[in-house]
Design a protein around this ligand. Structure first.
Ligand code: EPZ
Length: 416
C-alpha cells in the first residue's frame, strides 16, 4: 500500500485532534539515553520515524516499547552500546541526534553518518564543531562519525547558523559535561524548548531555551522521568492549510497556538479566518485566497517545513506569490508535481514564483519527501477529479493516521 487516491472538491468540516510533535518526540527519545532507569514519554505519535528511532535504541541494548496508545517506555541499563548500525541510521536522518546523548552517557560514540536526504546535503559540521569545543575528539572513518572523550569540559559555542540538530546535540552532551556551556545563536524552535524542559525534568540545569543564548551547567548524572511531548506545530499548519484550500471549516484540537503564529499570520494575510481559543484553533477557508510572499526562516520565522504546503495553497491564489526557501538548498521538488496538476510555478534557485491558476486538475503524482507528500494531498483535496499520489511511505514517516484524520473531516481518500 504505497498510493493514496483522492477525489477532490469536498470542503473539509469537523474536528481533528493533533498528535504529538515528530521533531520533539525523536529528540526526546534520543535524550532518554542520557539517563539510567526508565523514562516514559507520552503524546508520542505512532509514525515510522519513531519506530525506527526505538529500533535503534534497542540496538544499543535499551528496552523500549509502547505502554499505551501514545506512550513509550524506555528502560536504559547501566551499560549502553555506543555504536549505531548503518542499516538503521541511514533510514532516519534524526539518528544523528544520538551523537549528543551517547557521547554524554559513554564519553565515546560511533554513529553512522545519516547521509543527506533529498531536501539538501545536510552536513554535520556545526554538530562536530560544538562537540569539539566541549573537548571531544571527532573523526570521520568509513562512513561513521567517531567520537572519543579527550577531557570534556563546558565551553562557549557560537553557532554560525541556528541549526536545530546541532543545538540539540550540544544541549544533550553539555548537560552532563563538567562546567558551564553557553550556546550562542542557538535554535529557538519549540522542540528545543521541549528538549530543555525534558532534560531539566531529568535533573539537568539548562536555561534560556527558546532564546538565542542557552546556558547549561553540567551535572554528574540524570534520571529517567515521565514527560509529555508538545503537539506537532507542522501537523497543525498542514491541517490549517488543507482547510483553507478546500474552503472548509475545521477545528483543530490539542494545539499550542503560540507555536504556529508565523503560519496563522500568513493565513490571515491571504484572507483565511482563524479563531484561537484555549488549545483549539478554528480555520474557515475563504472561497478566493489572495497571493502572498513567503520567506522561510529559522523559528520564529515562517517554518521551512510548511513551505511545500503553502506552495499548494498559493497555486490557487488570486495573484502571484514569491516563495524564498532560505533554510534548505533543494526543497522545491513538489513544484514539478504541482505543475502536472496545472499549477503555474517557475523555480529559479532558492526562489519559486507561483502564479495563481483558477483550478488544479487531478492526475498521477509522486511524493518526493515528507512535506512535499503532504503538499500533494492538500492540492489533491482541492483539485477537480481524482489524484493518485504514489511513494506515500514518505508521508507516513511523519503524519500519524493521516488518511483517517482527513476522511473524518469529509475528504474522499483511499489507501491503495
Ligand atoms: C530539523 O532538521 C528538523 N528535523 C527538520 O524537519 C526541519 O526542517 C529543520 O530542523 C529546520 O527547522 C528534526 O527535527 C528531526 P538544521 P535539522 O540543522 O536539525 C544546515 C521535517 O520535515 N546545517 O536546523 O537537520 C542544513 O544543511 C524535517 O520534519 C549545516 O550546514 O535542521 C540546513 O540547510 C525536515 N551544518 C540548515 O542548516 C550543520 O552542521 C538547517 O538545518 C547542521 C545544519
Amino acid at each position: 500500500m504505497n498510493k493514496i487516491r483522492v477525489k477532490g472538491g469536498r470542503p473539509l468540516t469537523g474536528k481533528v485532534r493533533i498528535s504529538g510533535a515528530k521533531n520533539a518526540a525523536l529528540v526526546l527519545i534520543a535524550a532518554s539515553v542520557l539517563a539510567k532507569g526508565e523514562s516514559i514519554i507520552e503524546n508520542v505519535p505512532r509514525i515510522q520515524d519513531v519506530e525506527i528511532m526505538l529500533d535503534i535504541l534497542r540496538g544499543l541494548g535499551i528496552e523500549t516499547g509502547w505502554v499505551a496508545e501514545d506512550a513509550v517506555s524506555i528502560q536504559v541499563p547501566d551499560e549502553v552500546n555506543y555504536h549505531t548500525p548503518y542499516e538503521l541510521a541511514r533510514k532516519l536522518r534524526a539518528s544523528n541526534l544520538l551523537l549528543g546523548s551517547i557521547v554524554g552517557r559513554r564519553g565515546i560514540a560511533e554513529i553512522s553518518l545519516p547521509g543527506g536526504c533529498n531536501i539538501g546535503s545536510r552536513p554535520m559540521d556545526l554538530h562536530l564543531k560544538g562537540l569539539q569545543l566541549l573537548g571531544f575528539e571527532t573523526t570521520l572513518e568509513h562512513g561513521f562519525i567517531k567520537i572519543r572523550n579527550a577531557s570534556p569540559q563546558g565551553n562557549n559555542i557560537y553557532l554560525d547558523f541556528p541549526s536545530v540538530g546541532a543545538t540539540e546535540n550540544i544541549m544533550m552532551a553539555a548537560s552532563v559535561v563538567p562546567g558551564q556551556t553557553i550556546i550562542e545563536n542557538a535554535a529557538k524552535e519549540p522542540e528545543i524548548v521541549d528538549l530543555g524542559n525534558y532534560l531539566n525534568a531529568m535533573g539537568a540545569r539548562v536555561r534560556g531555551m527558546g532564546t538565542d543564548i542557552i546556558k547549561i551547567e553540567g551535572v554528574s548524572q540524570l534520571k529517567g522521568v515521565r514527560y509529555a511531548v508538545i503537539p506537532d506545530r507542522i501537523e497543525v499548519g498542514t491541517f490549517m492549510t488543507a482547510s483553507a484550500i478546500t474552503g472548509g471549516k475545521v477545528i483543530l484540537e490539542n494545539v499550542i497556538s503560540t507555536h504556529v503564529q508565523p503560519v496563522i499570520a500568513k493565513l490571515r494575510e491571504i484572507g483565511v479566518q482563524i479563531g484561537e481559543k484555549d488549545d483549539c484553533i478554528e480555520v474557515v477557508g475563504h472561497p478566493k485566497i489572495k497571493a502572498a510572499d513567503i520567506k522561510t526562516m529559522p523559528y520564529p520565522g515562517f517554518p521551512t517545513d510548511m513551505q511545500s504546503q503553502f506552495m499548494s495553497l498559493l497555486s490557487l491564489a488570486d495573484g502571484t506569490s514569491v516563495i524564498v526557501e532560505n533554510v534548505f538548498e533543494n526543497r522545491f521538488q513538489v513544484a514539478d508535481e504541482l505543475k502536472r496538476m496545472g499549477a503555474n510555478i517557475k523555480v529559479e534557485g532558492h526562489t519559486a514564483v507561483v502564479k495563481g491558476v483558477p483550478r488544479l486538475g487531478g492526475t498521477c503524482v509522486k511524493a518526493t519527501d515528507l512535506r512535499a507528500g503532504a503538499a500533494l494531498v492538500i492540492a489533491a483535496l482541492a483539485a477537480e477529479g481524482e489524484t493518485e499520489i504514489s511513494q506515500v511511505h514518505h508521508i507516513f514517516r511523519g503524519y500519524e493516521n493521516l488518511v483517517q484524520k482527513f476522511t473524518n473531516l469529509g475528504a474522499d481518500l483511499q489507501l491503495d
